[in-house]
Design a protein around this ligand. Sequence first.
Ligand SMILES: [Zn+2]
Length: 799
Amino acid sequence: MNPDDITKWLDVNEAFVENYFLKKAKLTLVNKWLLKNSYKPVTDLQKSRQQILQTKFKTLQTINECSEDSQKFQKRRGSRRELRHCFSLPSSANFLLSDYIQSKVKIPTGFSSQNEFMKRKLKDSNETDFFLEIVKDIAYDLQLSSILKKISVNAEILLSATKVELLKVKKGRLILDDKASDVGGYLAKCVASEKCLRFRPIEMLQLSRVDASIAEEIRENIENMLCMPIKGRDGEVIAVLQAVNKMKLERSNDVLNEGFTQRDEKLLETYAAFCSMAICNAESVGNYEKDYERNKILLEVVHELFEEERILGNLLFKITIKARSLFDCQDCCVFLLDDEQSQNVQEIKFSKIFTVNGPNDGEKFSHKHPFYELGAIAKRSLFIEEDIKIVTEDVNDELLRNIKTPVNSLFCKPILNSESRKLGAIMLLNKHFGTFQEYDEMLFGAYSIFCGLAINNCILYDEISKASAQRTVALEVLSYHTTVPVEEMKEFQAKQIEYDRDEIHRLTFDDFSLSSDQMLKATIDLFHKMEFISHFSMNEETVCRFFLAVRKNYRSIAYHNWRHAFNVCQLMFAIFNNTRLGGNLTMLEKLGLAVACICHDVDHRGTNNAFLSKSDSALAQLYGTSATLEHHHFNQAITILNSKGHNIFSQMSSSDYQTVISMMKDAILATDLGRHMSQRKLWIKDNHITKPDNNTIRSILMTACDIGAITKNWNVQYQAANLVMEEFYEQSKKEKALQIQSMHSINMKKRDELPNLQIGWIDQICLPLYQALSTLDTNFQNLVERVLANRDKWKSLID
Ligand SMILES: [Zn+2]
């Protein structure tokens, strides 16, 4: 067996070949085939997935290396999601895409009916059947080249001509090629007159001025001729048929061949009508096919350009390579604009130029570059904001006068982003065969749009990456200042701090009696007393660092400062110890509430939510306008918890951890008075109180502690109210500076309105809350009484 025989045998046994290939072909072979057929090679999926996982977790690790505690936190929350994300990565989006954009339409080709011999036989036996046959023959075919071939053959049999040729006509002009010629110019005449010509050329030679050699050729070869125009839908000539030399009929005794008859003409005319339909349909299908191909190419281009390309240089290099192969030209250049504000051609400056053979990251656009002169055309295109197209016929264009680079054809387009801002220009240089056609023009138009979007995305990505890096640096700096170094913690632990330990368990505790350090020591002692530290296996040093960090994150403002945080927390402990409602909560609930209390106003800036919203602050942008501050306090608390050596919850079980964090969040958000008021409506209806569930009780207690200064002795209450006022006053000064309208700024004009404000505050917010609590638990009755006493004091200040 020689290779030819084997090839022949394989050609016939397709099933065997397929089977063999499926069993034996290796990935390298498949990739070779893919590359050869200009597809993207496949990567070893198994291997690449592992690599993705490895790199993913590597990043995860490096992020968390800075904090062991936050690593635990992250692992719990993120690891599953990360895993899921890794496994749902597309195996290879490119192949999926090519699968999706494969056309599902099967276009019938080369419907073959009877062969030529059978057709001739049929014509002799039954002319009507024959005619039907040759109509059917072209009616079911949708491939233009095959239809044209069939028409010639069928017409040859129909007319008993020795030769029939079919030529396409476009816009009134004959399309001639190597095989077809218009000897004597009769076809052109037929196209021009749009009428059938039937004649003996020899008789016309005397009349027409035909070149002697051509006349000789005609005399020798053509006895008689029939030219028939085929007209399209709108009556324009789309093709022309030329039949030459009618065959002599065997049974005819005539010596003289009279040539094509009137009947032949009539028959061909009828057939031409069917031919017209077949050609038009095939042309439409052909155009659709071209459209489909173009759209498919564009989809692939979009995919390639947008596929994870984040480095501008790589993207632009890819653009030039892709364009060269798409438009089959010698080179593609991308000129990147330096300054898009230029008003005239001289001022337009390019920073870089990218070419197919240039380096990946482009070259500096300078006069040393071989394509420097072409930049002038790109500048012009940008300046006039239009394409510049130079085709083979007009290469002597004045634009090319000073250009030494040989140019056969050139196509240049501005590149714009989605907001029509100019980014640069893209240029195709020297098409390999012919010149840039309408098809190229449409494809190039769409291509340049995608390039603009891809470049824009790349630039945006770069900006975002930089902003993100800046943020990371800022966070690192912030984190340093948010947390407490070990030495500071040791120093605090070494201090001898004394205070009245009995007082801190009372509901009547004096908010202004302790110093900052005493309050911190008292907080730690309260945590011990509640057995949180032993019960949840907290590390003493971590607890100390955590509270030190929380204190550090309160700002030095009049009211919402570390003292307020401690007072709220102290009242919560007093409620745990002195009431049934508080005592009934679980350990975990109490812990969540206590930590929430100490953190609930952390990083308060002395301005309220309305101010943040009206002044369009970054906080309002970040968290929205509902409970803006409260979200920030919670997030700030989480930031502290996540810092290395600060997570007091790190020894907890996973479920306890999640519960305590979510309870903390609910509790801190509950300190938003707006939320409290809308929630209150649900359990106090027409002075009737329905017993709330534990979630609601926790929220109510948070508010009760937050506004607890109203339940203290008069001197504490008076001092606290004045501090709140002072803070409001500071805010109203800011409001004035920013020209923000606010209720407070009007009220702040007169400081002596404080008693009235306090009475309103007591009547609308405080009293109903404590009264409701005392209905649920009589232990709260003392608080109500003190609120009422304070109300009297305020009232007396008015009178
Ligand atoms: Zn508060």
